[in-house]
Design a protein around this ligand. Structure first.
Ligand code: ADP
Ligand code: MG
Ligand code: MG
Length: 251
């Protein structure tokens, strides 16, 4: 089992007007067999946390630490983070002209594992994962993210997740823009990944909807760059019933 530890994390974002501190000391421990929901009102810093974990150049870690089994993640390049077992859904949001989904996935798998997957098992795994996610076989021949609909992008993310088998997956607003059917298919993909391997999931979401399909073990409520409350699944239910008002009034 692996552990992702976030300690007193202070993160600033580069803006036109200079650096602005967004996260003011965030703490969290995630085991590779747990699902953690990170919830909170808009603008509370949820995506900032995801970008900081991803090593996005616009986000600076001013102090604190992020470690994966004791290894300092902050010092790692984006590639090294992926090799260490961190999967970030927003890592490849851009179009990759001339690179097909098949080749992209195989290259990613090779880079992460340090060796190319055996062709026969790989082809089988890929077509099974695509079938499970109700992805048209023709999709594999398309260029990455080129003209993908919102739903196709999300399915492609989960396809990567199922094939790359990371230790930790950070999914930022995976539920946004999905209709109920797509949400169910995508959630089933995450749940399959959880069943077949140890995988720690950081499910970042404003809404509780996706949590009906992917059950969190822990819920962290981020408000104005700090964890304002933590609890079990019952906290998500309470947020569904009450919203975020009580946090905003007292914040
Ligand atoms: P959330 O994902 O919870 O909605 P974000 O992390 O996106 O919140 O944003 C947190 C705060 O940081 C917001 O006030 C937002 O305006 C600010 N922020 C985030 N990224 C940038 C940026 N690139 N430039 C300026 N402000 C930013
Ligand atoms: Mg725990
Ligand atoms: Mg966000």
């Amino acid at each position: 089992m692996s552990t992702l530890s976030i300690r007193d994390l202070v993160v600033s974002v580069e803006t036109e007007a200079g650096a602005k501190e967004i996260l003011h000391g965030v703490n969290m421990d995630i085991s590779s067999n747990e699902t953690h929901a990170i919830m909170g009102p808009n603008g509370s810093g949820k995506s900032t946390l995801a970008y900081a974990l991803a090593g996005h150049p616009k986000y600076t870690i001013d102090s604190g630490s992020v470690t994966l089994d004791g290894e300092d993640l902050v010092e790692m390049s984006v590639d090294e983070r992926a090799k260490a077992g961190l999967f970030l859904a927003m890592q490849y949001p851009v179009e990759v002209p001339g690179v097909t989904v098949t080749n992209f996935l195989r290259a990613s798998k090779t880079a992460i594992d340090g060796e190319a997957p055996k062709l026969r098992t790989w082809t089988k795994d890929l077509s099974q994962a695509m079938k499970d996610l109700r992805i048209d076989p023709e999709f594999a021949a398309r260029n990455v993210n080129e003209g993908f609909s919102g739903g196709e992008k999300k399915r492609h993310e989960i396809l990567q997740l199922e094939l790359l088998k990371p230790k930790f997956a950070v999914l930022d607003e995976t539920d946004s823009g999905l209709d109920v059917d797509a949400l169910r298919i995508v959630s089933e993909g995450v749940n399959r990944a959880k069943e077949t391997t140890d995988i720690g999931v950081l499910l970042i979401t404003h809404y509780t909807r996706i949590l009906r399909y992917i059950k969190p073990d822990h819920v962290h409520v981020l408000v104005k760059g700090k964890v304002a409350e933590e609890g079990g699944p019952e906290l998500a239910q309470r947020l569904e019933d009450e919203g975020y008002d009580r946090f905003l009034v007292n914040a």
